[in-house]
Design a protein around this ligand. Sequence first.
Ligand code: EPU
Length: 417
Amino acid sequence: MDRIRIRGGKPLSGNIPIGGAKNATLPLMAAGLLSDGPLTLENAPDLADIATMRALLVQHGMKVEHDKAQRRLVLSGAAENLEAPYDLVRKMRASVLVMGPLVARFGEARVSLPGGCAIGTRPVDLHIKGLEQMGAVFDLEGGYMHAKAPGGLRGATIIFPQVSVGATENLLMAATLAEGTTELVNAAREPEIGDLAMCLMRMGARIEGIGTDRLVVEGVKRLGAATHPIIPDRIEAGTYACAAAITGGTVLLEGARMVDLGAVVRTLRECGVDVAEETEGLRITRKNGLRGADVMTEPFPGFATDMQAQFMALMCVAEGASMITETIFENRFMHVPELTRMGARIKYHGQSAIVRGVPKLSGAPVMATDLRASVSLVLAGLAAQGETIVNRVYHLDRGYESLERKLSAVGAEIERV
Ligand code: EPU
């Protein structure tokens, strides 16, 4: 099995190109089910999760071409098989995003329940309740959610009791083809949702309130072909910003946008990291020592849970103490024991962790159970004395394209072995 070997201590310097956002691409691909297309997605990343979504759509009966050289995905055709099988859904939870589009367009979907996950229980009750409010009838049988709406979905006012990115996306897609008006209240406002809404509008959907927590969708009879550029990956950008900061280097994140990274940028500045917006992207520079800072994860525009592990790695070598509180997922501190093995001083209780900065981390063999936890160990390895081996690299391949190539191009000593 592949591993990543890092020899730490090299300040990074140079440019890192930021790819299209994984968490925008997955729902955009599911949106391809809403029309015969073609739907052309530009700036598509080459990641394991994208390949999984492609396999899912292909088994539904769609044609999905991924031109990796051109970074383009072209989706066309219609679903014939309305079942999303366990084998694919258990590999990637975002597979449940096919449910809204399938029920809306074909009046039926049979989607495996995703089951547990390393970072939390992650139920999908909000997706189900919302579709029920739009007229779908659900049967839970054999580990599958079987939804039926033979006469099509109808508009409804859906008030989310809790902000959910996936449920907002599923219901937004479903609403585009429902009869009448759907109002999504307390909707998630993540940039990936704005991107999905923009793409749906290009396909002919009628949506108001993009970027706010109240989306109003006027259903249309059908959607058509469109070409849409995927937004840059704010989490990839934030991760490499932490890489520059933890090594005391200077890096230009090509294509990264300040608007997507507000809370992360504010926090990095509080820690003593310079962030400047340039025409080609964001420049991250750290010249002096790092200071500790407190963060709490929140739905956008708050500090992203997908940046919590990376920020914790950074705080391991900052001066003073930092309190990190995770409010989105109940089990997202799986990186703590691994960082501790590298010499970090972290204590956690419940949803909060106290990190007391140390002058140096030391390299060690480590492994993690999810994507962001894994990359936080890569960051720690870049700053650590000696050699770090990160095991279970397949987690990284789900969300970071050419990680070791991008980092070695800016001076890191990192290789896949
Ligand atoms: N929740 C429910 N019921 C639901 C849906 C969600 O209780 O029906 C809870 C979840 O258990 C969680 C909270 O609501 O506690 C927020 O979950 P959300 O639905 O927003 O998360 P998601 O859509 O499953 C997406 C990203 C995650 C990211 C979260 C939060 C994709 C494909 N995934 O997940 O990304 O952490 O939003 O921002 O967009 C990652 O990329 O590493 C990753 C885990």
